[in-house]
Design a protein around this ligand. Structure first.
Ligand code: ADP
Ligand code: MG
Length: 705
């Protein structure tokens, strides 16, 4: 038969290709490819003892094998158990001639599968068959592992490849004995071999739920590899060079410039001092602490890479301004990048109002600027005449060269891709890297932060500016829409302003736009005494900014908007937020949207309208947002409800490495893994490398971002 006599060479290649598809290239990859489940072929179950639906192995002799055509073509094999003469029928709806041959009358076979009661006696559908011949009749000693596989790669081939690899791999323990003891971990050799070769008698359900000590060890090792690689990235960053943004430099520069005009530059109030003096408020304790952390980082000769987490409204913009001023004072420029035009422009308005009085030049750079304006902005940046450049991702376009970029700030960093952030970091490649400050209002629970951001330093603004009244959140069925409209009328006539957020329609942008237009028309008609504006993603930038400016200046009472207002928009007089179809939004989105109000002195209200009936998950989610005002708590509960997958936005570089560990279930292993990673990198760097190599091999590159 031609099919069976294909050349060995091409078979090997095809197998290798299929193994590679599973990421199995090295012997170690194969050794660390663990079974999904196990089948017990170590014993033969007498037919009497068989329970329908439970996988068992039975030994029978074939009596007759026939192809039947009712109700469709199938192979039916009548067997009997030798000692008892109980019958067993095997049924194959698809079969090869080779199978038919294997099941010829008189053959003694072991079949593995689940039985069910048939008309004529017990039967098995598509059981696995092993012919018992004289030389191979011994039963296996270990359970038969069933591995995750791919099309065309049989369990047998995979098992052989893994066995061969296990015979060769070096499984010396990379976790020191003392740590294993402290953490109650079994040895790696024991764990790896034990998971491939399971003795009969072990609890299969526990094994398959991966609860065994061996599995715990595997998960720990995987988390350790992740921590080592992230900490390595952290250390490598310290080997890069960044400008030290220190006051001394300023003092020298100013003295040089003024050549005697000024007696002593140290008596000059620094830019930061001037800036703080003109602010209408004092920094919160948290703002002071965080700005000191950043100040310290910026004065180091290696690039800062800090994540600033602060709930919506915690005052991150002031921190960004202070970082910029430190750079500017040392003679360097700052770039501030925001994910949307609206937010970037708002930053531009705010920061130029803050910094222009200090004699500084702030430029605005966005994709929507005309060619001439863009050229001018670029020239100002290139010549170093602009100290602060604010914009969208247009800022990191290749054509823009900073004269001397000292600090790059990314606002709402989770909205950007890893690549964009890398591009910003590489912006200044003449030997120096800029300091990087990433800001985010989507707080990440601690365990997640530890595993996704272990290569960053993290600062937390855990205090809101004083005088904020908490936002009152209410849940209403959309049957009460008219009441909500009345409420808007009432509040706006009292001098307050309101947002009305249109439902998110993920399937269709066109539909979403149409809904926004309809809602705007409806509310304009229903509220003739109010000025109602509309903001959506399809509007031109200048239209958008005109509407935003009108709203910010109190010329509009009500702003009907899509989620374009989700991040960063800051209009303190707005105190009422209405969100339609709240059940369609993510929790962090709702928290962000709600954060648009509660920024001024007035009591703020957020009305979440939902469509009935609500699913149980939708109910659970709305309950979280209703009961919690703290963004960290919201995100912790969000994580509980939907797992870490979507959480980390585009920073998923750490994700592909985790095959076995689970950041929720294994939260208790992350902290020790981090400690050991640091210990190994310092005390036994070779062990750290060996561990990384073992677990990541070729995938180690994925983590560079
Ligand atoms: P976010 O952290 O969400 O970016 P913003 O920087 O937009 O917050 O700040 C929210 C509002 O709080 C702004 O109007 C800002 O001027 C104001 N603000 C910031 N810090 C303080 C403070 N220490 N005291 C009072 N108001 C502050
Ligand atoms: Mg902000």
């Amino acid at each position: 038969m031609a099919r069976q006599s294909g050349s060995t060479h091409s078979t090997v290649t095809a197998t290798e290709q299929r193994l590679a598809k599973l990421g199995l290239q090295r012997e170690m990859d194969l050794a660390l490819h663990f079974p999904l489940r196990y089948e017990d072929e170590t014993r033969i179950t007498p037919l009497d003892e068989v329970v329908d639906g439970v996988p068992v192995q039975i030994e029978v002799v074939v009596e007759e094998s026939t192809v039947q055509y009712r109700p469709r073509r199938q192979l039916v094999v009548r067997c009997i158990e030798p000692n008892t003469a109980h019958p067993l029928f095997l049924r194959y709806l698809n079969f090869y001639p080779s199978q038919q041959k294997q099941l010829a009358a008189g053959r003694r076979v072991r079949v593995f599968g689940e039985t069910r009661g048939g008309f004529l006696g017990k039967e098995m559908v598509h059981p696995r068959v092993k012919v018992v011949d004289e030389d191979a009749s011994a039963l296996p000693q270990a359970l038969t592992p069933v591995y995750p596989t791919t099309a065309g790669l049989s369990q047998l081939t995979l098992r052989k490849a893994i066995e061969a690899a296990l015979a060769k791999v070096d499984l010396h323990d990379t976790v020191p004995a003392l740590w294993r003891k402290r953490l109650g971990l079994v040895g790696i050799e024991h764990a790896v071999r034990g998971l491939h070769h399971v003795e009969p008698g072990e609890s299969l359900p526990a094994l398959e739920a991966r609860l065994q000590p061996s599995w715990r060890r595997i998960r720990f090792d995987e988390l350790l590899a992740q921590q080592i690689s992230l900490r390595k990235a952290y250390v490598q960053r310290r080997e890069r060079i960044a400008p030290r943004l220190v006051a001394q430099d300023v003092a020298q520069k100013i003295t040089q410039k003024n050549t005697g005009k000024q007696k002593s530059s140290t008596t000059q109030p620094t830019l930061a001092k001037q800036f703080l003096a003109q602010l209408p408020f004092a920094l919160t304790g948290a703002q002071q602490r965080v700005s000191q952390e950043i100040e310290r980082d910026l004065s180091q000769p290696y690039p800062m890479q800090r994540l600033l987490q602060g709930d919506v409204g915690s005052g991150k913009t002031v921190i960004a301004a202070l970082a910029a001023l430190q750079a500017i004072e040392a003679g360097y420029q700052t770039a501030l990048m925001a994910p949307t035009e609206i937010l970037a422009e708002q930053h531009y308005n705010k920061l130029s109002a803050w910094l222009t009085p200090l004699g500084l030049k702030v430029v605005w750079l966005s994709g929507s600027l005309g060619a001439k304006q863009k050229r001018e902005a670029r020239a100002l940046i290139g010549k170093g005449e602009a100290q602060l450049a604010i914009g969208t991702h247009a800022l990191i376009e290749d054509a823009i060269d900073f004269a001397q970029l000292g600090v790059a700030i990314v606002d709402e960093q989770h909205r950007f891709g890893v690549r964009q952030r890398l591009a910003l970091r590489e912006k200044h490649d003449g030997g120096h890297s800029p300091h990087l400050l990433m800001m985010s209002a989507t707080p990440i629970p601690r365990t997640l932060a530890m595993s996704y951001y272990a290569d960053l330093d993290v600062s937390v603004l855990n205090e809101l500016p004083p005088g904020r009244t908490p936002v009152l959140t209410k849940l209403l069925s959309d049957a009460r829409r008219d009441e909500v409209i009345e409420r808007v009328r009432h509040s706006c006539l009292q001098g307050q302003q309101a947002y009305w957020v249109c439902p998110l329609i993920e399937e269709s942008e066109a539909l979403q736009l149409q809904t926004a237009l309809d809602t705007h028309a409806l509310l304009t008609a229903a509220l003739p005494e109010l000025r109602v504006g509309l903001l959506h993603g399809r509007m031109k930038t200048d239209e958008k900014s005109a509407v935003m400016a009108q709203f910010a200046h109190g010329q509009l009472h009500l702003l009907v908007a899509t989620t374009v207002i989700e991040v960063g928009v800051d209009v303190p007089n707005a105190s009422l937020m209405v969100i339609e179809h709240a059940e369609r939004f993510g929790l962090s989105q709702l928290h962000q949207l709600r954060g648009r109000v509660g920024r001024g002195m007035a009591e703020s209200v957020c009305l979440l309208m939902y469509a009935t009936p609500l699913s149980d998950t939708a109910k659970a989610r709305l309950k979280v947002i209703y009961e919690n005002a703290d963004g960290f708590e919201v995100s912790r509960l969000d994580l509980e409800l939907r797992g870490p997958g979507e959480f980390v936005g585009s920073r998923q570089s750490g994700q592909p490495m985790l095959r076995f560990a689970n950041l929720e279930r294994d939260a208790d292993l992350i902290e020790p893994a981090r400690e050991l990673a640091e210990h190994l990198l310092q005390a036994a760097p070779q062990a750290a490398e060996a561990h990384l190599e073992r677990w990541l091999g070729v995938r180690a590159d994925l983590l560079k971002a």
